[in-house]
Design a protein around this ligand. Structure first.
Ligand SMILES: Nc1ncnc2c1ncn2[C@@H]1O[C@H](COP(=O)(O)OP(=O)(O)OP(=O)(O)O)[C@@H](O)[C@H]1O
Ligand SMILES: [Mg+2]
Length: 512
């Protein structure tokens, strides 16, 4: 007879249904796993054997075959331990035969019979819910699984014995409750920054419309400080976004104690990051920084110090909002709709734009050109807001702190975001929550400028030689500026400001 237990295999953040089939037949004593298992899955035999013995169950002296179907889907990870163990337990009569019928199962076993946490419980729970099944998962991930649906049956046992007792009815387990992570202390506040009104304005625009931002300035001007304060003015994740973002974190193993967080992700990988770390992949497919920043911000400090090829690998996800990683035998796709914020010095000495400063390595222009050349034109073309952050003077620093902080800016950002969400939902585009993510044909319609504005952008497109992307991106920023002003129509003044943010970058590019 064959015992079947439902489990999942992960492809990106999608959980595909996998059937664990256990057959025990007379023959030479053997325990084999087939069905394209990787090393971790093949080793699960030893963990299952140890955990069953520790739980007081001896394996029968027979031939045990475990098949993971469909056989052509690669199986990675350690979460197959629990379904295999439960399949064996049901086959030898240690569990009631029909107990596992309504469940999808995943979890890793320790040799002492306890069940340890695995990645990907949230997407597995969502998939199980969609298939009308309950879920059996490790105790530590119970709060995560409970998010999939209030009506869903979730069992989160600590050990094999606890689960067996539950099915026997001698110790019934309670359903875990969905948990939300407590905010990890207050965020740094914009009020800490003195002066820099222009940069703060650009930060607010970037937050309001989800635009990419590049800050360039001398060392110590406060660029890293400004970027660190962006999360404090971003609106919290909507319930829908919360699940999307948490699915990626779940697959990456980044959820602490199974609790979800409604703060927008803010990822700041070091400039030594490899391509696999940034876009994902590696020996075991894992989401990269671009996917972990989905729905939030990817902050690249010291942009020209990144490997130029690594930087160019961002171009495709920035355009499509997802990243596809081709592997030896299959492909995986992860969502990667992030907002890029970057900071850089204008040249290696860092002072090229300071009045009266002469770079040591030759004329300032050449010093800037050499440093700036590490960033490709197409990447720069994707950055809507490019600003120069000048050093603050001592006179600014001894002023009292500004009266306005993150709370006021966050309020304006929230209002502008609400306008955008309402606009795109009304047009049947629930995925486009910001001006930055709305499709190009729609932005042409919703950001159509008035007559004066149209004349300005026509003239600017010629004189600045705007690319088609540059044209649409200018419209997007102008739309955000109008939203911040609470205006229905995009006017000349909005376009002029939007163009000014682009022009600064064109000037730097021309120097390069
Ligand atoms: N506008 C400001 N108001 C108050 N303090 C500031 C301001 N600008 C800079 N500082 C101080 O200078 C320090 C350095 O700032 P920060 O690290 O953000 O500079 P940076 O522009 O990122 O420099 P680098 O190019 O070297 O990375 C801050 O920790 C802060 O103490
Ligand atoms: Mg810095």
């Amino acid at each position: 007879m064959v015992t079947r237990v439902a489990t999942v295999a992960f492809e990106g953040i999608e959980a595909r249904a996998v059937d664990v089939q256990v057959q025990i037949i007379p023959g030479s004593v053997q325990f084999g796993v087939v069905g394209l298992p990787d090393k971790a899955v093949a080793e699960s035999r030893e963990r299952v054997r140890g955990a069953l013995i520790a739980s007081g169950l001896a394996l029968p002296a027979k031939r045990i075959t475990v098949n993971l179907a469909p056989a052509d889907l690669p199986k990675e990870g350690s979460h197959y331990d629990l379904p295999i163990a439960l399949g064996v337990m049901a086959a030898i009569g240690a569990l009631p035969a029909d107990a596992l019928a309504g469940y999808c199962v995943l979890g890793e076993l320790a040799l002492d019979g306890s069940i340890t946490a695995v990645n990907g419980v949230l997407p597995a729970a969502m998939a199980a819910h969609a298939r009308g099944l309950g879920l059996i998962c490790p105790a530590a991930t119970g709060p995560e699984a409970a998010w999939a649906g209030g009506d869903m049956d979730v069992l989160a046992p600590r050990s094999l014995i606890q689960l067996a007792n539950h099915f026997k009815g001698s110790q019934v387990m309670a359903r875990p409750v969905p948990a939300i992570a407590a905010p990890a202390g207050p965020m740094p506040d914009l009020a800490d920054i003195k002066g820099q009104e222009g940069a703060k304005r650009a930060l607010e625009i970037a937050a309001a419309g989800g635009h990419n931002l590049l800050m360039s300035g001398p060392p110590g001007a406060g660029k890293s400080m400004l970027a660190a304060r962006l999360p404090s003015i971003l609106p919290p994740l909507s319930p829908r976004e919360l699940l999307d973002v948490s699915m990626i974190q779940s697959v990456a193993g980044a959820l602490k104690d199974g609790a979800l967080s409604n703060r927008r992700p803010f990822r700041q990988p070091h400039h030594s990051a490899s391509m696999a770390a940034l876009v994902g992949g590696g020996v075991n497919a894992r989401p990269g920084e671009v996917s972990l920043a989905h729905g939030g911000v990817l902050f690249l400090d010291e942009l020209p110090e990144f490997n130029p090829q690594t930087l160019d690998s961002l171009r495709q996800p920035m355009e499509t909002g997802s990243v596809m990683i081709a592997r030896a035998n299959h492909r995986v796709t992860y969502p990667a709709r992030f907002q890029l914020v970057a900071a850089m010095n204008p040249c290696r000495c860092g002072q090229a734009l300071e009045p009266g400063y002469a770079c040591r390595r030759g004329p300032n222009e050449r010093c800037m050109a050499q440093y700036g050349a590490r960033i490709s034109g197409p990447l720069l073309d994707r950055i809507d807001l490019r600003i120069e952050v000048a050093a603050v003077t001592a006179a600014d620093l001894i002023l009292p702190p500004p009266s306005e902080g993150s709370a006021q800016a966050a309020l304006r950002v929230g209002v502008a975001r609400a306008l955008q969400t309402a606009r795109y939902t009304a047009r049947g585009l629930p995925d486009a929550t910001t001006n930055a993510t709305c499709p190009a044909p729609v932005i042409e319609a919703v950001a159509a400028p008035d007559a004066e504005g149209a004349a300005l952008i026509r003239q600017a497109a010629e004189s600045m030689r705007l690319s088609a992307r540059g044209f649409h991106r200018t419209l997007r920023v102008a739309r955000t500026l109008a939203d911040l002003d609470g205006e229905a129509e995009v006017r000349r003044i909005h376009l002029a400001e939007a163009l000014s943010y682009r022009a600064r970058g064109e000037r730097a590019a021309a120097a390069a």
